[in-house]
Design a protein around this ligand. Structure first.
Ligand code: ADP
Ligand code: MG
Length: 673
């Protein structure tokens, strides 16, 4: 049912709800609370702890009319109390909340308590009549956006339930009995309107189980379709000339990974391997060797990068490594147009282009490979299951090598790629020292610029990263005004460049090239420089509004410096120094292990955030946490395996529900046919 037709919604509200990706009444029922306000054990006025959120039981004595104060706010005062003390309530701009309070009645107020011992105070507390708290002592708290609050969402959900909106029961009865799981609609009711803490637990267990089962089933079904034989039969390559032309000696880890990959390439099933190595560990070289192996057997190889900048940089690197050996390297990105594009596309179709580098554009329709044997993706976070399926459907069922600097925790890797083999570059090329990382507030900005100038004076270069492009997005430092108002004046005498996502690809490339050639000393940029960019002379990276990013993203950004020897520095600047932000940033200051960082992110932010975008094809989980619900994950995994063992594509009638379940989750993120 369209959410607009729900009581209390209408067009305007529907538009706000759409921002939360809530389009139907059914979506709403699956918008689960992130927490609850607990009204079940209120304290007395005297016992209320200071400066902590708590529930206080008190009788309303009286209230004033609203008074306009400076700043256009209207203030209402309410007096309340119990045998132990008095409580002064102040409400700003909340006429409806105050209207509902009846003098003489008893309520439970929830909020922070301040004031003095003789006069306790609360500001804009929520209130629940005591008799309601007896039947429904928990009020759901939803993740929200502007204009929509939890009470409103609760009301809509109740309306939907009253109207008889239901969600399908996907779990077969036998399975529910085996794990003592609540029915779907019971769980939905309990998660939104629990009568006790036990009900919350019961509802969560059921819903988490269902979600993780869907995820497992979906991945198993996808995996089956990939197991077919490859048509790309690659012989043992001769890499002698390749190694001879290298400007340096490969690390042991690089040699080992190349060996593992070359071995995979000679097997009759498609390689499905993750090459994991921290930033700067030298993954490109390993990819080059793999691509050369494919070319030597007469196949084409493609390397896909998430951004055009990175793609053109890779094209240059690969051309440098492979063209001396007689391999033709072609670049195809969105900004290659017209006649040039025609030429490249034709060269790919004829097989003349042996190594192709590009963005995901190269997987698009109209680009046909003569005989693709190997696909490599760099920084795969945005390379989803969907693209993988496109690849698998190419004539030869090519081998796949996934490169990532963000270590993918085992659980996630399994979910995204099925049985993925892993090669690890656990060794950095010689001469690298860890990037020194500091977290500071904006107050230190001037000092920090002093330090920047001294680095630039010593002939080094710096990145300065800011979030948005235009001003007005709250108090984020926008890259444009930051450039003119802060960076240029404070770095007077130095050449400062500006780069952001709204520049045309060609302009971006020009700025990046100028920086790489040291025609610019400093580069103010949005995170378009995030992945892979390689300018060894850069020794400092400053990240403004650091609180905005996941730690893995920050770690990636930090990896832009320290590639050329000498000490490198990363300064994380944040004015939002809340306790949790401080903790996160300080974790990064003391940790250089990408795996630990990824784990921390996963635990504190969840898988969607972990990969930073929805394009990866991993559905966003509504309630389960891959990091915390490992026990349920295991049980669900067993059940999924059991069902797919006899019926790999879930075609049998007895698996109809499970098939629907898998589809329901993946419909949002992944095409599953
Ligand atoms: P990443 O794993 O982050 O993609 P790159 O492949 O970009 O790393 O390599 C980072 C830098 O290290 C490049 O400048 C590359 O030329 C250099 N490099 C790679 N392997 C070695 C090596 N074995 N010895 C010295 N430098 C190396
Ligand atoms: Mg790289």
């Amino acid at each position: 049912m369209d959410i607009r037709y729900l009581k209390g919604v209408g067009e305007k509200r529907a538009a706000q709800l759409a921002k939360l990706e809530l389009f139907t009444a059914e979506d709403l029922l699956q918008y689960y609370p992130r927490d609850y306000v607990d009204y079940s054990q209120p304290c007395t006025v005297a016992d209320a702890p200071y400066d902590e959120k708590c529930a206080v039981r008190a009788v309303v004595y009286g209230k004033t009319n609203g008074v306009r104060v400076r700043g256009g706010k209207t203030v209402f005062k309410v007096t309340a109390g119990d045998d132990t003390g008095s409580l002064a309530l102040t409400y700003f701009n909340a006429p409806y909340a105050v209207e509902k309070l009846v003098p003489g009645d008893e309520y439970i107020f929830y909020g922070k308590v301040g004031g003095t011992l003789s006069m306790r105070e609360m500001t804009n507390p929520t209130a629940l009549p005591v008799h309601s708290a007896e039947t429904e002592p928990f009020a759901a708290v939803y993740p929200q956006t502007e204009g929509i609050n939890s009470a409103y969402l609760s009301k809509c959900i109740r309306n939907a339930l009253d109207k008889g909106v239901t969600l399908p029961e996907y779990l077969p009865e036998a399975m529910r009995r085996e794990f003592r799981l609540a029915g779907k609609m019971d769980a939905v009711r309990m998660i939104h309107f629990p009568r006790s803490a036990d009900e919350v637990r019961e509802a969560r267990r059921r819903l988490i189980f269902e979600e993780l089962l869907a995820l497992q089933l979906g991945m198993l079904v996808l995996r089956v379709r990939d197991a077919a034989e490859t048509g790309a039969r690659i012989r043992k390559p001769d890499l002698t000339a390749f190694f001879k032309h290298l400007p340096f000696t490969p690390t042991n880890a690089q040699m080992r990974s190349i060996g593992e990959i070359v071995n995979d390439l000679q097997q009759p099933v498609p390689m499905n391997r993750l090459l994991q190595g921290d930033v700067g560990s030298g993954k490109t070289l390993v990819a080059a060797a793999a691509m050369l192996a494919a070319v030597q057997s007469g196949y084409q190889a493609v390397l896909m990068a998430p951004t055009e900048i990175l793609a053109s940089q890779h094209a240059k690197t690969l051309a440098g490594l492979l063209e001396p050996l007689g391999v033709t390297v072609a670049l195809l990105t969105g900004s290659v147009k017209g006649a040039a594009k025609k030429r490249v596309v034709a060269a790919i179709a004829s097989g003349e282009a042996q190594v192709v580098v590009g963005t995901h554009a190269v997987l698009s329709e109209g680009v046909e490979f003569a005989n693709l044997g190997l696909a490599v993706t760099d920084e795969q976070h945005r390379f989803g299951v969907r693209q993988r399926t496109v690849l698998a459907n190419k004539a030869h069922k090519p081998h796949l090598l996934v490169m990532s600097a963000t270590p993918i925790p085992r659980t996630l890797g399994l979910l995204m790629f099925g049985d993925l083999d892993v090669s690890v570059l656990d060794e950095l090329p010689p001469g690298r020292t860890p990037v020194r990382t500091y977290a500071v507030t904006g107050k230190k900005r001037r000092d920090m610029y002093g330090f920047l100038r001294s680095e630039l004076a010593a002939g080094r270069q710096a990145y300065i990263v800011c979030p948005a492009i235009d001003d007005g997005e709250n108090d984020l430092l926008a890259v444009n005004s930051y450039y003119t108002d802060v960076a240029v004046p404070l770095l007077e005498g130095y050449r400062v460049g500006l780069m952001h996502g709204r520049l045309k690809p060609r302009e971006k490339a020009a700025v990046m090239d100028a920086f790489a050639r040291h025609e610019l000393d400093a580069l103010v940029s949005t995170t378009v420089i995030e992945v892979g960019v390689d300018v060894p002379n850069a020794s400092v990276i400053v990240i403004e509004n650091a609180e905005r990013y996941g730690l893995s993203a920050l770690h990636q950004l930090r990896g832009r410096v320290g590639r050329g020897g000498g000490t490198a520095h990363c300064v994380l600047v944040s004015d939002h120094a809340t306790e949790s932000v401080r903790k996160r940033l300080s974790f990064l200051c003391h940790t250089t292990d990408g795996f630990e960082i990824a784990k921390y992110d996963l635990e504190t932010r969840g898988p969607g955030d972990f990969f930073g975008s929805r394009q990866h094809g991993l559905p966003t989980l509504r309630i389960a946490s891959l990091a915390n619900d490992t026990r349920i994950l295991k049980a669900a995994q067993e059940k999924a395996l059991e069902a797919t063992r006899s019926d790999p594509t879930l075609e049998q009638p007895e698996h109809a529900e499970l098939r629907e379940l898998a589809k329901s989750l993946f419909a949002r993120g992944v095409a599953m046919n």
